[in-house]
Design a protein around this ligand. Structure first.
Ligand SMILES: [Mg+2]
Length: 363
């Protein structure tokens, strides 16, 4: 029987093209990227990665090397659900979220890539095969940019083929946020879709005031107006703010998504496979949203999320994130007239330039 016979975990530190700011993280100049590669006894291979804030990747490497590797080795690679639950249970006491979910995610992604590669199927077909064409938006990170640079970033996104653009909120005063949104809406006109991401900048009372003031700008959503786990406040804001809400990158378990959805707190669930435990729970969150009549969107890791959304009948938007892997892969995602297409290469189809990546290796 086929078994997993090798797993390798590597940490890279990748420079960003320029320093960018979001309200919760502050200014970021580089990111950590944890890469997991797996091989099976038939010679098939897969890889999964997790981009996260600089300095935090080594915690994932420790968890994977000390716990996950032993669990994965010698397992049947077709039994991903079994392997996922073994990792989840073994790491339960220090886990159920946080870095443990991130670590399991990198391994789980590599296992799905391996499985799809061994079947010679693109991931989107293996996971459900709904429609390879997915609506995309540019997830720009621009809180530290003056208004002219903010607008230039929107122009660049439009030139890149986008028809939907996200900007950041969370300046010290609401007045300043509103003037930036007003300038953006005037610049892009009424036909380009606009999202805004507050990255948890506000208390619930501040968020309610902000949402009401933002109504006039026809936003697709306001993302993470408040801290991620105050589900009752999300429901309050959704019922009273008058602007659709999105959130999910900082929810790290299926149970948290179930609680937020059950509370009636969300219009656009936005799970990130890299932060919620991998492709295995992401697909469940997508189906959970579908069962509640909600769309599903994604956060980050767009080269892989394009497959998950292409597998999902309720897909709404793919976030094309600022922390992309474009310099390190052979076939960067293309957006045409607002649409991204899941590739028909096997697995997730990301072909990393390993020798170039090696320059950024930390351990
Ligand atoms: Mg966000």
């Amino acid at each position: 029987m086929t078994k997993i016979d090798k797993i390798e975990t590597t940490l890279y530190r990748l420079p960003l093209p320029e320093a960018v700011e979001a309200a919760s993280s502050g200014v970021m100049a580089d990111i950590d990227m944890v890469m997991v590669r797996v091989w099976d006894s038939d010679g098939a291979q897969g890889c999964g990665y997790n981009p996260l804030f600089s300095g935090q990747g080594s915690a994932l490497v420790e968890i994977i090397n000390n716990v996950c590797t032993e669990i994965v080795l010698q397992e049947d690679p077709s039994r991903i659900e079994w392997i996922w639950h073994k990792m989840w249970r073994r790491l339960h006491y220090a886990g159920r979220g946080g870095p443990v979910s991130f670590a399991i995610a990198a391994v789980d992604t590599a296992l799905w890539d391996l499985k799809a590669n061994s079947l010679n199927l693109p991931l989107w077909r293996l996971l459900g095969g709904f429609n390879p064409e997915v609506k995309a938006y540019a997830g720009n990170i621009d809180l530290n940019f003056p208004i002219d640079k903010l607008l230039a970033g929107a122009d660049r996104s439009l030139n890149d083929g986008h028809r939907s653009i996200k900007m950041r909120l969370g300046k010290p005063s609401l007045k300043e946020d509103l003037s930036r949104v007003k300038a953006m809406r005037a610049h892009i006109g009424p036909d380009i879709e606009l999202m805004a991401d507050a990255n948890e900048a506000w208390r619930p009372d501040q968020a309610l005031r902000a949402l009401r003031a933002l109504r006039e700008f026809d936003l697709v959503w306001v993302e993470e107006p408040i801290q991620p786990d105050n589900f009752a406040a999300y429901a309050h804001l959704r019922n009273n703010g008058g602007v659709p809400l999105s959130a999910g990158e900082n929810l790290h378990t299926l149970a948290e998504f179930a609680a937020l959805i059950s509370a009636g707190g969300i219009d656009f669930p936005e799970p990130d496979l890299a932060t919620c435990g991998g492709i295995t729970p992401w697909m469940k969150i997508g189906h959970l949203a579908d069962a509640h009549g909600l769309p599903i969107t994604s956060h980050g890791v767009h080269d892989i999320h394009v497959h998950l959304l292409a597998a999902s009948p309720n897909n709404a938007y793919l976030e094309v994130h600022g922390f992309g892997m474009n310099p390190y892969i052979e076939h960067p995602l293309v957006v045409n007239n607002g649409i991204a297409t899941a590739p028909d290469r096997s697995g997730h189809g990301m072909e990393f330039n390993w020798s170039f990546l090696e320059k950024f290796r930390v351990n």
